[in-house]
Design a binder for this molecule. Structure first.
Ligand SMILES: [Zn+2]
Length: 114
């Protein structure tokens, strides 16, 4: 049995009012819907017993531009590049990098001939 009463309480919550990109330092603010559409949180956990950073956890916020700068240096396409894991994903990725990493719509899923 719970015995309760109504009380007015003051709570402290962490409210994010802006996010600064860890790479370039540009600060982003939420849009009208409270969303951060141009900055991405990367959550890295080092779990292996013999990992040099064992038990460390890093959170990195990157803006679109800095994320693309990092991704275009990858040798292999990220999983789900352009929304698919097709056999052509690597060729599409390499062409995208070669063409200057132009923005892409989620509806732009044309396959690249190889
Ligand atoms: Zn940035």
């Amino acid at each position: 049995m719970r015995n309760s009463e109504i009380k007015q309480v003051t709570r402290h919550e962490e409210i994010t009012h802006s996010i600064t990109c860890n790479k370039c330092g540009n600060t982003h603010f939420p849009d009208d819907e409270g969303e951060y559409r141009y900055i991405h949180k990367i959550d890295i956990r080092f779990d292996g017993d013999y990992n040099n950073y064992r038990s460390k956890c890093w959170w990195i916020d990157l803006c679109d531009d800095c994320l693309i700068d990092m991704v275009k240096e990858l040798k292999y396409a990220p999983d789900w590049f352009k929304g698919s894991r097709s056999e052509h994903a690597q060729a599409e990725f390499e062409k995208w990098v070669e063409d200057g990493c132009k923005p892409m719509s989620r509806f732009d899923s044309k396959e690249v001939s190889v």
